[in-house]
Design a protein. Structure first.
Length: 146
C-alpha cells in the first residue's frame, strides 16, 4: 500500500516547544482514526481531533478508531533517521471502507493530531479484518543528517 503522509505542523511546533504541548511517544495512548477519501488533511490548520471530518462508520469500528499497540521510537545510526512506529492493528469482524488514517495523541485533553496517512486507494473489509499496517520505514520518519 502506497501512502502519502502529512505531518500536522501546529502539533509538531508545540511538541518541540516543551512548554506548549507534552506529547510523550513512549507513554501516551495513540489512536488511528480512519477516514473516507473526502477528508482533506490541512497541515497548517488542523491540530486537534475535533478538526477531523469524514470519519468512517460501520460494523466493528468505533470512534475514535483503534488504540495503537507497541509504539516504538527508533534511532537508526547507519541511516541517520529517527522513526516513530507501531505494531499492525486489526479491526476484527468489521465492514468499513477507509482511504486514510489520522494518528493522534489520545492521552492529552486536546487530542493533538500527529500525522495523516493516505493509503493510495480505498480499502474495504466486509465482515472481516481491516488491518492497519504501517510502512516498513515507520509512521513518522525524521532525517537527522540533512
Amino acid at each position: 500500500m502506497t501512502a502519502n503522509n502529512v505531518l500536522f505542523g501546529i502539533t509538531w511546533r508545540d511538541a518541540l516547544d516543551a512548554t506548549a504541548l507534552a506529547v510523550n511517544f513512549e507513554a501516551d495512548t495513540f489512536n488511528m482514526t480512519l477516514c473516507t477519501s473526502t477528508y482533506t488533511p490541512d497541515a497548517d490548520a488542523h491540530d486537534f481531533f475535533a478538526d477531523i471530518t469524514n470519519e468512517v462508520s460501520g460494523t466493528g469500528y468505533s470512534t475514535p478508531g483503534p488504540a495503537l499497540d507497541t509504539v516504538v521510537i527508533n534511532l537508526t545510526i547507519t541511516t541517520d533517521y529517527l522513526t516513530v512506529d507501531f505494531a499492525d492493528e486489526t479491526i476484527a469482524s468489521s465492514s468499513i471502507t477507509a482511504r486514510q488514517g489520522v494518528l493522534f495523541d489520545n492521552t492529552l485533553a486536546s487530542d493533538p493530531l500527529i500525522s495523516a496517512h493516505d493509503f493510495g486507494a480505498d480499502y474495504t473489509s466486509s465482515a472481516g479484518n481491516f488491518i492497519i499496517q504501517p510502512a516498513a520505514t515507520g509512521v513518522v520518519r525524521f532525517p537527522l543528517d540533512p
